[in-house]
Design a protein around this ligand. Structure first.
Ligand code: FPP
Length: 243
């Protein structure tokens, strides 16, 4: 397996991941969906390690969308329990690699034990500056943008902001994590060509990498291939090629 991250010329500062295909991975093996999610949690761990090794500063994973609340209660409960279990498993690794944990989404909608467990790790890793691991939980991009618009409208109404100050930067500043740079690379597994309400604003200029692999099969080697593909892209941000 050749995963010489040091040999890559460009390393994206921020990589966002839509982890799709856990259910299909499990189904193909005659296992329960939650077994697929469990194996998927191991992929999260592998990607975190590989990203730290490669020098990627920010990793954002879409672990639970606002739409995922519509799944059967047993699956939701299994996912929440898996999240707590995974945090227990990863915690040491976060410390070893100096990774700070952040959460984006409707934190207050999560069950109390999950919030308590998340907050414990968020607090324990808050001082790390090398790497940041962001878990999108009960996250929906349209809600995030609508909330930003509402917050800005309130400020304009109260006189705290002027109408002419409402611009792209102002919207960015009112999203859940305004200090985090936009992702440069978005990876989606299991071949789906959709954004599924994930970081609609922040992914405006990101390169997309779609792989047929199911998320539980996406490990260090697959992450390396995604970074290799990113290296082959010509990013012009709407301008012309200077070559
Ligand atoms: C999508 O696959 C996956 C999810 C909705 C959950 C992702 C969660 C994990 C990988 C668990 C651990 C996460 C962390 C951060 C520790 P799917 O169920 O939609 O698969 P399908 O499309 O094949 O049905």
């Amino acid at each position: 397996m050749d995963t010489n991250f040091q040999g890559l010329e460009k390393i994206p500062k921020h990589v966002a991941l839509i982890m799709d295909g856990n259910g299909r991975w499990a189904q193909e093996r005659g296992l329960s969906r939650i077994e697929g999610h469990k194996e998927g949690a191991q992929s999260v761990r592998a990607v975190l390690r590989a990203a730290a090794q490669a020098g990627v500063e920010y990793i954002t994973v879409y672990a639970f969308s606002t739409e995922n609340w519509k799944r059967p209660p047993a699956e939701i409960d299994g996912l929440m329990k898996l999240l707590v279990h995974s945090l227990n498993e990863y915690e040491q690794e976060l410390h070893d690699n100096h990774i700070r944990l952040l959460v984006m989404g409707q934190f207050e909608r999560l069950p109390l034990p999950v919030r308590i467990r998340l907050q414990k790790t968020i607090d324990a890793t808050a001082h790390y500056t090398d790497h940041t691991f962001i878990i999108a939980l009960s996250y929906g991009s349209r809600t995030e943008i609508a909330d930003a618009a509402k917050a800005i409208a309130e400020k304009v109404k109260s006189g705290e902001m002027k109408l002419k100050e409402v611009n792209e930067q102002a919207i960015s500043n009112h999203l859940y994590l305004p200090e985090i740079p936009d992702p440069e690379l978005m990876i989606r597994t299991s071949g789906e060509l959709r954004l599924s309400n994930f970081l609609l604003w922040q992914l405006s200029y990101a390169e997309f990498y779609i792989t047929e692999d199911y998320w539980p099969d996406f490990r260090e080697e697959q992450f390396f291939h995604a970074l290799e593909a990113f290296n082959g892209r010509d990013r012009r941000y709407g301008g012309v090629n200077k070559k």
